[in-house]
Write a protein that binds this ligand. Structure first.
Ligand code: GLN
Length: 477
């Protein structure tokens, strides 16, 4: 069995038909991990023994004719900022060492209730702060397509693991693009749901008003399946809401031309005029849009007026919330603790425990929230975020879907941008707006440049993941 070629639907069919067992699928993934992990380093920990037990239990129940869940026997990797009870959880930060989760995230409970096999925890930028996975406290992950390149971030371990066939799907988190940008760099599909569709309970908060957990898969159908399992209102997260469930069947086999001929796709003119966009990326994305037009979709140029301010807004709002959310890592409550008295504990623990990028964001955020600057920075950025959201709402009066590149560039070289935060932040230019507006967005592979994947991004109005998945299923990858 070549596990890199198999998707969730295929694996479930083979297991139902009795041709493969969950244990065999798991062993194929573990084999791949053994072979590729030295080059890729996608995982912080592989839960071999737990996973073997989960797979065995699924096999026994299947063999005994007992009912099994929707993801029975499917190996799924979990980004290491999502809690799994009694397992180490680090957020890829040294400050949490050796913290073990006291409870599981709701999404984890939901995966387990549908009999998914949890294969391990994946590397990421520290507390999800970054776009290359180089900000991990435990060393970078490498792009499986080309190990000298980054996998993107912050969910780079999750996207690299899926791309390398080390699991069939993974969970990531997306605050400003952390599922979609690494999905585009690794040539897999990554979806950020509408804010509120998926519970954040048990996700280490980065920027609570923007964070969402979402699926990473080899194809659109796999993402739909995982989303349909993890979504839903949760009493433990007051921002989660009730909504119509994701229609897996509708998107899985829905390549009907009627859908496309009734669809208007908006192309924001500002998104192709961005400084620093690789012309080859723009070309691939434009070709893909032209392909959709040939097949019947109506393409319309639109304007998202406040786009130019999206990055600046995000890079004020997000650090403000990061500075507040990271206050809990004080050397008293969790993980690492250094120093003799309270002041020393704060200073020494946080100095030794946090990496440079998290420290930078704490400083920026604390500044933006401080007296005298609050109105000029934080309050203003909240107002601009509102204007950005309004732009989208207006645009969606005219179009059903908005399209753009996921990232202005393909996977860059390890070390190339890490010393220059501004250049690093620029790679988030197309992804942050969906978080600020709260709308769902997806990245789907749409071609390659010199063997490295390019991603196209689609966005739809709040809670229209069905439309998002449906349009994405037309892009062949
Ligand atoms: N790359 C973005 C950042 O550095 C996005 C992070 C995220 O979505 N978690 O903040």
């Amino acid at each position: 069995m070549d596990i890199t070629e198999i998707n969730i639907e295929g694996a479930l069919e083979k297991m139902e038909a009795g041709e493969w067992t969950a244990s065999e699928i798991l062993e194929a993934c573990l084999e791949n991990i053994k072979e590729k992990e030295p080059d890729v380093q996608a995982f912080l920990e592989v839960w071999e023994e737990d996973a073997r037990e989960q797979a065995k239990s699924v096999d026994e129940r299947r063999a005994g004719g007992k009912p099994v869940g929707l993801l029975a026997g499917i190996p799924i990797a979990i980004k290491d900022n999502i809690l799994v009870v009694d397992h180490l959880a680090s957020g890829a930060s040294k400050i949490l060492e050796p913290y073990k989760a006291a409870y599981s995230a709701t999404v984890v409970e939901k995966l387990l209730a549908e009999d998914a096999v949890l294969i391990g925890r994946t590397n990421c930028d520290e507390f999800a702060c970054g776009g290359s996975t180089e900000n991990s406290g435990f060393g970078p992950t490498h792009n499986p397509h080309e190990p000298t390149r980054v996998p993107g971030g912050s969910s780079g371990g999750s996207t690299a693991a899926v791309a390398a066939g080390m699991c069939l799907a993974a969970l990531g988190s997306d605050t400003g693009g952390s599922i979609r940008q690494p999905a585009s760099f690794c040539g897999v599909v990554g979806l950020k749901p509408t804010y509120g569709r998926v519970s954040r309970y048990g996700l280490m908060s980065m920027s609570s008003s923007l964070d969402q957990i979402g699926p990473v898969g080899k194809n659109v159908d796999d993402c739909a399946r995982v989303l349909s399992v993890i979504e839903g209102k949760d009493d433990m997260d007051a921002t989660s809401v009730n909504h119509p469930p994701t229609l897996v069947e509708a998107v899985a086999h829905g390549e009907d031309s009627k859908f496309l001929s009734e669809l208007t796709i908006g192309v924001p003119k500002e998104y192709f005029e961005t400084e620093g966009i690789d012309p080859e990326v723009a070309k691939k994305v434009k070709e893909t849009i032209a392909g959709l037009e040939i097949r019947g979709a109506t393409i319309k140029e639109i304007s998202l007026e406040h786009t130019a301010h999206a990055l600046a807004t995000y890079y004020v709002l997000m650090p403000s919330e990061v500075s507040s959310n990271t206050a809990r890592y004080d050397g008293v409550r969790y993980g690492l603790s250094k120093g003799e008295n309270l002041d020393e504990v704060y200073v020494q623990t946080r100095t030794a425990g946090f990496g440079a990028e998290v420290k930078r964001r704490i400083l920026l955020g604390t500044f933006a929230l401080s007296e005298g600057y609050f109105d000029a920075y934080y309050k203003k950025s909240v107002a601009v975020a509102q204007a950005i959201r309004q732009d989208f709402m207006q645009a969606f009066d005219e179009v059903d879907v908005i399209v753009s590149p996921t990232s202005p560039v393909i996977a860059f070289k390890l070390g190339e941008r890490i010393a220059d935060p501004i250049t690093m932040y620029l790679s988030d230019v197309y992804t942050v707006s969906a978080n600020l507006a709260g709308i769902p967005a997806i990245s789907v592979p749409c071609g390659e440049i010199d063997g490295l994947p390019v991603g196209i991004q689609f966005m739809t109005p709040h809670f229209h993941e069905d439309r998002l998945l449906h349009i994405s299923s037309f892009i062949k990858n």
